[in-house]
Ligand binder design. Structure first.
Ligand code: ZN
Length: 170
């Protein structure tokens, strides 16, 4: 009796499975014809969120930053070293195309009063953070510039030789 019951249950289960399988396929077919409505992008998707760290060895952790055009860019700069900003200060400066890193860096080196951002450099810079020392974090937000390749650097005296990289807008 038990065996018969088992077989019956098995057959029943098989029928159920086939039935369900068929239904599911139908559902899937219907679904594929449905056009998904275009959903609005979330705010976070409109932001290129970039975290850049810097250390006591005059290094950024990135030599290349890639962002999407037409979106905002947020650069968060962290100083993970132990040295004060007077001796190992770091910032992030994004230069306009055609501005030479060394020419800008040399000019910036004489601008201690304005934390190495020359007061007359509006035509050279797209965006920059403030200067930070050990343990500090700062950030800057700006609209991604036109697609292309740009240079970024730390403008603390002597740092641009090592602390520089490419900022690529795609
Ligand atoms: Zn630096």
């Amino acid at each position: 009796m038990k065996a018969v019951k088992y077989i019956l249950v098995s057959i029943f289960s098989c029928i159920m499975l086939i039935g369900c399988g068929g239904k599911e396929e139908k559902k899937r077919d219907n679904f594929s014809y449905e056009k998904k409505p275009a959903t609005l992008e979330k705010t976070e998707d409109n932001l290129n969120d970039v975290v850049l760290t810097s250390n006591d060895l005059m290094q950024f952790n990135k030599k290349e930053i890639k962002v999407k055009a037409g979106k905002k860019v947020k650069i968060t700069l962290k100083h993970i070293g132990k040295l004060d900003k007077k001796v190992m200060g770091h910032n992030f400066v994004l230069l306009k195309q055609g501005v030479s890193i060394s020419a800008f860096g040399n000019k910036a080196a004489t601008s201690a009063a304005t934390e190495y951002i020359p007061t007359d450099s509006q035509d050279d810079i797209i965006a920059h953070t403030k200067l930070i020392g050990a343990g500090e974090t700062t950030s800057v937000e700006f609209d991604a510039p036109a697609p292309g390749t740009y240079d970024f650097l730390c403008s603390f005296p002597g740092h641009y030789a090592m602390m520089k990289g490419k900022f690529i807008v795609e």
